[in-house]
Write a protein that binds this ligand. Structure first.
Ligand SMILES: Nc1nc2c(ncn2[C@@H]2O[C@H](COP(=O)(O)OP(=O)(O)OP(=O)(O)O)[C@@H](O)[C@H]2O)c(=O)[nH]1
Length: 281
């Protein structure tokens, strides 16, 4: 497998995030709740230094709820606050300000002590890998306020901050980070959740990985969806799924590429239920 590390992209992203770092009080690090580890940039600590950070597990509606709880505990144990969100439905979003206030209490207390009676709103920047849900979250949080700022002449043009209620201001452009996947498994997990283009890895390899993963961790769902018996070899699974779902070639033989595409599509579309591919520790 080709090692994808995008050194050029990485350096650019790092520069951009570093430049904006001094403008904000806190970083919202978005990771995909289905792959909280694989969707992280392993250099995040290095990039943001001592800046307070809240981890937001996005697309929590698509992840295994029990696993999401374990992940939140895991982050908590390592001293990082994490919360699960669903930006489409808006769940978990009210917790963002609440926990930001907790994480920034000392800083704002210091500001108050210096005589600033009314501390300003919290300033935050969203960072995360492509497709993790940055824009969806910004749009969801900004919804009410876009109309408000539109009514103030001159404001929209110069706007660099998006107001979220009275307490929060978001930098309007998120920081894009890149996943690192020297590790094959990380690559497959990114592919199965749609974080990287299908063309980067071999389709059949991605589907095989998906089937084996499901067999190991969610066997009932796999067997039920595709009417598979237990303990069937992967090739047999492909044959069964391909014929069941009509992924056939001219001569009636199973088309493995089409079958692979279907399996990947099913997994991404939650046809096998909410799934989590990364395990804490
Ligand atoms: N189910 C679900 N889907 C989500 C959620 N948040 C985002 N999405 C979907 O995930 C896809 C990517 O979301 P974006 O907000 O465009 O992600 P992004 O990080 O801004 O992506 P880039 O612009 O590529 O950096 C879209 O199809 C969204 O609808 C969520 O909480 N739940």
């Amino acid at each position: 497998m080709t090692i994808q590390w995008f050194p050029g992209h990485m350096a650019k992203a790092r520069r951009e995030v570093s430049e904006k770092l001094k403008l904000v009080d806190i970083i919202y690090e978005l990771v995909d709740a289905r792959i909280p580890l694989s969707s992280r940039n392993p250099m995040i600590e290095d990039i943001i230094g001592q800046k307070p950070r809240l981890i937001l597990l996005t697309k929590a509606d698509m992840a295994d709820k029990e696993m999401t709880r374990s992940w939140i505990e895991f982050f908590e144990k390592s001293g990082q606050k994490a919360i699960a969100i669903n930006s489409q439905a808006g769940t978990g979003l009210h917790e963002i300000v609440k926990y930001s206030n907790e994480l920034l209490k000392e800083k704002f207390d210091r500001m108050r002590a210096k005589g600033l009676k009314k501390p300003r709103a919290i300033r935050a920047m969203i960072v995360g890998i492509p497709n993790v849900g940055k824009s969806t979250l910004i749009n969801r949080l900004a919804k009410k306020n876009i109309a408000k700022t539109g009514n103030t002449p001159g404001v929209t043009k110069a706007q660099q901050w998006i107001k979220v209620g009275k307490e929060l201001e978001l930098l309007d452009t998120p920081g894009i980070l890149w996943p690192k996947f020297e590790d094959e498994e990380v690559g497959y997990r990114l592919a199965l959740t749609g974080a990287i283009k299908d063309t980067i890895l071999n389709l059949q390899d991605i589907a095989v990985y998906g089937l084996k993963f499901l067999e190991a961790h969610y066997p009932e769902r796999l067997h039920e969806r595709y009417q598979l018996a237990e303990g069937v070899e992967v090739v047999e699974m492909f044959n069964k799924i391909g014929s069941l779902r009509g992924c056939l070639m001219g001569g009636g033989e199973v088309d493995y590429d089409k079958t692979a595409e279907l399996i990947i599509r099913d997994i991404r579309a939650e046809k096998l239920g909410p799934l989590t591919f990364d395990f804490p520790e």
